[in-house]
Design a protein around this ligand. Sequence first.
Ligand code: SF4
Ligand code: MSK
Length: 635
Amino acid sequence: MNFKFSIDRAVQQLLPVAEKNNIQTVWDRFKAQQPQCGFGKLGVCCRICWKGPCRVDPFGNGPQRGVCGADAHTIVARNLIRGIAAGAASHSDHGRHIAMALFEVGEGHASAYKIKDEAKLQQVAKRLGIKTDGKNLQQIAKEVATVSLDDFSRQNAKVPCQWAVSTMTKERAEKLSNLGVMPHNIDAAVAEIMSRTHVGCDADPVNILLGGLKGALADYTGMYLSTELSDVLFGTPQPSVTSANLGVIKENAINIAVHGHNPLLSEIVCDAALLLNDAAKKAGAAEGFNIVGICCTGTEVMMRHGVPLATNYLSQEMPILTGALDAMVVDVQCIMPSLGVIKECFHTELITTMPTTKIPGATHVEFTEEKAMDAAKQILELAIEAYQRRDPKRINIPQYKETAVVGFSAEAIIGALSKLNPEDPLKPLLDNIVNGNIQGIALFAGCNSTNVVQDQNFIEIAKRLAANNVLLLATGCGAGAFSKHGLMTQEATLKYAGEGLKAVLTAIGEANGLNGPLPLVLHMGSCVDNTRAISVAVAVAQKLGVDLNKLPLVVSAPETMSEKAMAIGTCAVSLGLTTHLGTIPQVTGSKVVTEILTDKLKDLVGGYFLVETDPEKAAEKLLSVIEEKRKGLNI
Ligand code: SF4
Ligand code: MSK
């Protein structure tokens, strides 16, 4: 009965448990919301001022303008870019926290943190134009943090965000600057969207959408610095073998899930769990603490420490239903408020940690960089207490888990390629793209949504692309889907990859001492880590002497839902990439906006949105785009 909600067998096993215990899950609430508001789905409902809410009749019979005179095109465009602003604010606030932590390290404070990747710090400093001669690591860290924070505060609109211009192709940076959409200040770009969409401001849908592009590039800036500075502080991921799905929860351990996005606390929770493992054993848990991940915080520690992933976004309530999750520690973003209700039915301690993300029913342990270790220890103590309340009769851990080879940062990919050609690591990749062994590259990103069967679109599209020799990269909850379903394994490569792709992944794998190929899907990290894929793409484009829009590279967000995803998608399009959406964006109430996003943007920036809800058709369309790009390159 439940298979239609999710193809994840662990979820299918636990949904009847929810039903039996009269617990509402995300799917029950989705059902209760039906039919969802048609105006909202089309994007034609406006609540920007209190003369509203206003809505435009999509059939042309009722009102065609809101009380102030805004038409469907203005309303749809404003709604969309406000979403982009929220996404950019979320990613960049995450980035600001990381930059502030680095600054504190530079100042000699925040003792729980240190610079784990010195080479990356040097490399970032160089990219940002910071002279490092004669300076110690702390000084460099402080300067890198200061220059990064300038991207949040610069008032001179003529100077673009440094993290944006220094990481794109020159041609792309010029194009975006000429269009007037290159941000000079992340926070200003967000504020500008909010102000231009206030009642009685920007009413021209084209101009509004250009503001959205700028917001999306502010998002890009925030994501990029989040990833790179996290690598400096916590280490740049390298391949490791771990596992994914609810079977990673252990009956004999004190299970703690880290959930959200920001690695600042989860990193220290991992450190503290190692330090205090004996306390867990003393409390009766033979295997000590078992840290597992959910969503992108889970992905961050999975990438760097091989911490297993319990689940991805849509099934985040399920770990509690196993009856063996002792604590769930959350930071920011994508945390369902329902967790505070569901945890009441079990012994699980739900712990919020950020002043901006509190949930009724949760225990709040305030996190600060200065007292990170204290907070982590307090969290472990709460988990031990909760473990004592665990009811063994209610334990129901689905025994599903898959091996996942993860940790493919850009550096790890280049490192693996360098085993084939130490002087010119990108050459083997380019040669294989040119000779057709690799037809193209697809980056899978984004969330799960109740609008589609969980994980299904990711898996179906990926299998079809792989069979057609497309190299697959993934981030965020898309990567979560692939890891849960066994697509980040060598076996998946042998089973699903086309002959050309299999040969390339095998050659790289064997050159790196693996007894077989690289996994079918390369896990590049969390949502903010989409920039890892962009950095590889930029390197390839620069080597070929073309801009990003010429590459046989596509993006797919088949189950997208969040405002951050709106920002990431728009950012990918702004960078020139064809970006597939497998859920219908809430813009179709405006023909003008829909046409711009799905067609006209192509002339302006080279990228556009390709909307296709059918996974089979989506794969075919993505393959056509790849073919078209190959023709453009004469390969
Ligand atoms: Fe209505 Fe205009 Fe106010 Fe929106 S801004 S709610 S369309 S009056
Ligand atoms: S957690 S934004 S559901 S990818 Fe990054 Fe997953 Fe989407 Fe949140």
